[in-house]
Design a protein around this ligand. Structure first.
Ligand code: AHR
Length: 492
């Protein structure tokens, strides 16, 4: 039995809606086919962007979308992606499959897509192979409201009003695909480039520096010490690999109980990783002015058999749903430092919420969890203590339950629970203190099989359903979680 004690009258700050952010890179079939099909496509579209995907993402309440990479960002020349499509330059996507990129999806299309899905844009600038001037001009092109060479050019290209751009990243994985830099060198470059990311017309750009990959704590230390005061956010990337072996990460759908366990064990590392980076950041920024922006996270498996290895296309099962639920609970817990997180990636790449095949589209188990959880967006984190039984595998142990609690502006309390165990159900006794529970409604996502997933022929094999296996006894809520499940309860 697990116990969750909730102090409903003690709140611990807002869960930033941007924790539910996404990431779209020019990689495989994410942008091309997943989002952009072109105005002349037989696939229904709005100005070239597929209608089914737009509708699904609006429903999901995507708060922020990062683009154009990833590794691609440090090879991207934004000027090649504006103006009449027929005359846009073509380039080779050196990072992802060496395919020819026709630049049909550029700045105007991305910012329009954000408007259509109701998300804030987060642009990732090119430090690896672009100049300071190119970056400065990009910001001017998008946000300058008066008379200027870039603003005039934007108008010639059909957009009169500047866009409101809040989030701008200065380089991506500059320690790796973004330039193989040392943190000292990057810190100076960050300061130089960021100085030219100017605020125009009352805008205030939130500047995000390139942060570490998973366990690279030295990077955080150096960049914070040398450039911390010039940034608003510092990124962090952490991917979940079941085997932790890069050359053979494991299949997205073929796995046993041990690999289920190892995947969840690896994903929970996110908690410690955030804790440690945040502690280092606090050496230089004890007030927590600089946010930790987890702008790439999610599962990374071997690609689906027969697909292009450079496309990073993978299926998405109930295991991914658990990974999503656990990570979101972790981000909530660190809401004092983590102000944005972007799951990688939005369509057809890595842990996607949407998969497409030609004109067909499906919603993955990850989509369903992110939709069930979106009730936490901008809600206040509520103080809670969890006492969980252990989930054991070959001598390794994890907490069987993951939980998070928030209260929204309508005073509805939401409790998100994950039962990590592949085979055992769990009773969770929830002691609600400091408020009277009148009624409870709940939704669950679960299935018989660990690798249950949606296919284009069976798109609703894994879907949320109303959940009723709980009872309210005075102010104690007793919930019987099925094995391998994610449950969200609304307490009024
Ligand atoms: O999301 C795929 C890739 O993973 C990104 O391009 C890069 O930033 C990271 O290594």
């Amino acid at each position: 039995m697990a116990q969750l004690i909730i102090n409903a009258d003690v709140t611990k700050g807002k869960i930033d809606r941007n924790i539910y952010g996404h990431f779209a890179e020019h990689l495989g079939r994410c942008v091309y086919e997943g989002i952009w099909v072109g105005e002349d496509s037989p696939i229904p579209n709005i100005e070239g962007m597929r209608t089914d995907v737009i509708e699904a993402l609006r429903k999901l309440k995507v708060p922020v979308l990062r683009w154009p990479g990833g590794c691609f960002a440090d090879a991207y020349l934004w000027k090649d992606g504006i103006g009449p499509k027929e005359s846009r330059k073509r380039m080779v996507n050196i990072h992802w499959g060496g395919l020819v990129e026709n630049n049909h999806f550029g700045t105007h299309e991305f910012l329009r897509f954000c408007e259509l899905i109701g998300a804030e844009p987060y642009i990732s600038g090119n430090v690896g192979s672009g100049t300071v001037r190119e970056m400065a001009e990009w910001v001017e092109y998008m946000t300058f409201d008066g008379e200027s060479p870039m603003a005039n050019w934007r108008r010639e290209n059909g957009r009169d009003e500047p866009w409101k751009l809040k989030y701008f990243g200065v380089g991506n994985e500059s320690w790796g695909c973004g330039g193989d830099m040392r943190p000292e060198y990057y810190s100076d470059l960050y300061r130089h480039y960021a100085a030219y990311v100017r605020n125009f017309g009352g805008s205030k750009i939130f500047k995000i520096a390139c942060g570490a990959g998973s366990y690279e704590y030295g990077w955080t230390d150096t960049v914070m010490s040398m450039a911390g005061k010039y940034m608003d956010g510092l990124s962090l990337h952490h991917y979940t690999l079941p085997t932790s072996v890069w050359a053979d990460k494991g299949s997205s759908t073929e796995f046993d109980e041990r690999l289920w366990f190892k995947t969840l064990q690896q994903t929970i590392e996110m908690d410690t990783i955030i804790e440690k980076h945040s502690t280092i950041m606090s050496k230089y920024d004890p007030e927590k002015r600089v946010a930790l922006i987890v702008d790439e996270w999610g599962t990374w498996y071997n690609v689906e058999p027969g697909t292009n290895p450079g496309f990073l296309y993978q299926q998405n099962t109930l295991r991914d749903a658990l990974v999503a639920g656990i990570n979101l609970n972790i981000f909530h817990k660190h809401n004092d430092r983590v102000k944005m997180a972007n799951i990688a990636q939005i369509v057809n790449v890595l842990q996607s919420v949407i998969l497409t095949e030609g004109g067909r589209m499906l919603l993955t188990p990850t989509y369903h969890v992110m939709e069930m959880y979106n009730v936490h967006q901008d809600a206040l984190l509520v103080d809670s203590t969890l006492i969980s039984p252990a989930y054991e595998s070959e001598g390794d142990k994890l907490d069987q339950i993951s939980a998070s609690v928030s209260v929204n502006e309508n005073n509805v309390m939401h409790i998100s629970l994950c039962n990590l165990h592949h085979a055992d159900g769990a009773e969770v006794r929830i002691d609600i203190r400091g408020r009277q529970a009148e009624s409870v409604q709940a939704t669950a996502l679960t299935s018989e099989e660990m690798n249950a997933h949606n296919t284009f022929d069976e798109p609703d094999a894994v879907a949320p359903s109303a959940f009723t296996d709980f009872r309210l006894e005075r102010n104690e809520l007793i919930v019987k979680l099925p094995a391998k499940s994610v449950v969200v309860l609304a307490v009024r």
